[in-house]
Design a protein around this ligand. Structure first.
Ligand code: SAM
Ligand code: SF4
Ligand code: SF4
Length: 337
């Protein structure tokens, strides 16, 4: 019998990410970490729904140890290669990454992404990053990928590595739309790699990493949203439908990828500002996960995460949002449209 992936929640109050899963889709991670994970999810949901008391340390860091990708998706700044205004050539050393995890570990930070706006499986030191996070007590460890390099060998290494979530972005239900969205002819390979990952995980008797597949909905693929959800119901643990964010960040710029009939976001306060920050390969700390990387609030090689989290730049952005004035920040205005 087909399993039911029901709408579970939108991780934040702005409704940008919709999650479909079974009622107990996080059970394997609860099982591994027990009460501490339960408390983290409670904190995450409360903060995401607008509990704006500031925590002592972020719940989640989105780290981009290097900035590299093998695709040029139409939604993403990577399509401009080195001409992308946010392009940087830096690569964090595994020691730098470990130091960040050590600080996070001292504060009991529960969750991390080890790829951010990067292609996770292209990273030479990926398994060092996963180890650095898990050996510092970080429970929920994410990596994002387009699955082109998700071979059987890589899948086997990921299963049992300490990774808790493999996020595979697909954006289409047919090869034609995949080509338009992701500029790649490899739709069939991506589907096969992703299904093989799941099959291997089952054969190995493991329930982690959870498999999440996602679609960013644009004017070019919105007609395939239901087909996409249907095609992954029996395979993925989580299907995520995501809000397309114009990455140029110009508030009034016309962007043909925005779906025509898209409703406005509910409750436009950016609650992730109270949950998380991002760190780039050159150490720059960004207030949020926006692909344009515009809201720099510090540098982790010049200061530490705790100081930046409580610092004046981050506090100012939060204050503007808390006062309902997010439109004063151009990139936030376009992001919330
Ligand atoms: C930038 S990618 C990096 C990880 C990996 N390369 C991948 O594609 O999954 C991270 C996520 O951002 C999504 N994304 C790309 N462009 C976006 C946009 N303009 N708005 C919202 N999400 C976007 C991707 O689909 C993916 O789920
Ligand atoms: S969305 Fe992911 S796969 Fe596509 S270009 Fe951006 S980083 Fe690469
Ligand atoms: S650009 Fe502004 S609204 Fe968008 S995620 Fe960042 S802080 Fe939030």
């Amino acid at each position: 019998m087909s399993k039911q992936l029901k709408y579970q929640y939108s991780g934040t109050r702005d409704g940008k990410v919709k999650m479909y899963g079974t009622d107990d889709f996080l059970q394997p991670i609860y099982h591994k970490f027990g009460e501490r994970f339960f408390q983290y999810r409670k904190d995450w949901d409360e903060t995401g729904q607008g509990g704006t008391a500031l925590r002592d340390f972020p719940l989640f860091l989105d780290i981009e140890p290097e900035y590299k990708c093998n695709l040029r998706c139409v939604t993403c700044p990577h399509q401009y290669g080195t001409k992308n205004p946010t392009y940087i050539n830096n690569r964090m050393t595994p020691e730098d990454f470990r130091k960040i995890c050590e600080e996070a570990g001292r504060y009991g930070m529960p969750a991390i992404s080890v790829s951010n706006n990067n292609e996770g499986l292209m990273q030479k030191h990926l398994f060092d990053y996963i180890d650095a996070a898990s050996s510092n007590g970080i429970m929920d460890i994410f990596v994002g990928t387009n699955a082109h390099l998700l071979t059987e060998e890589v899948s086997r290494k990921l299963i049992g590595s300490g990774l808790t979530r493999l996020l595979v972005s697909i954006d289409a239900a047919t090869p034609e739309t995949y080509q338009i969205m992701r500029k790649s002819e490899k739709f069939d390979l991506v589907i096969e790699n992703t299904k093989t990952f799941k099959r291997l995980r089952d054969e190995m008797g493991e329930s982690l990493p959870l498999l999440r597949v996602s679609m960013v909905v644009t004017s070019l693929n919105q007609h395939e949203e239901q087909a996409f959800r249907d095609m992954w119901t029996d395979v993925a643990d989580i299907v995520s439908i995501q809000h397309y964010i114009p990455f140029k960040g110009e508030a009034d710029a016309k962007d043909d990828l925005v779906p025509q009939d898209r409703p406005h976001l509910e409750n436009p306060i950016c609650t992730p500002l109270w949950q998380r920050m991002s760190i780039r390969a050159n150490g720059d700390v960004i207030a949020c996960c926006h692909l344009a990387n515009k809201l720099k609030v510090g540098n982790v090689f010049e200061s530490d995460i705790h100081t930046i989290w409580h610092g004046p730049e981050m506090s100012n952005i939060r204050r503007i949002h808390a006062e309902g004035r997010y439109k004063d920040i151009s990139i936030c205005k376009s992001c919330m449209s």
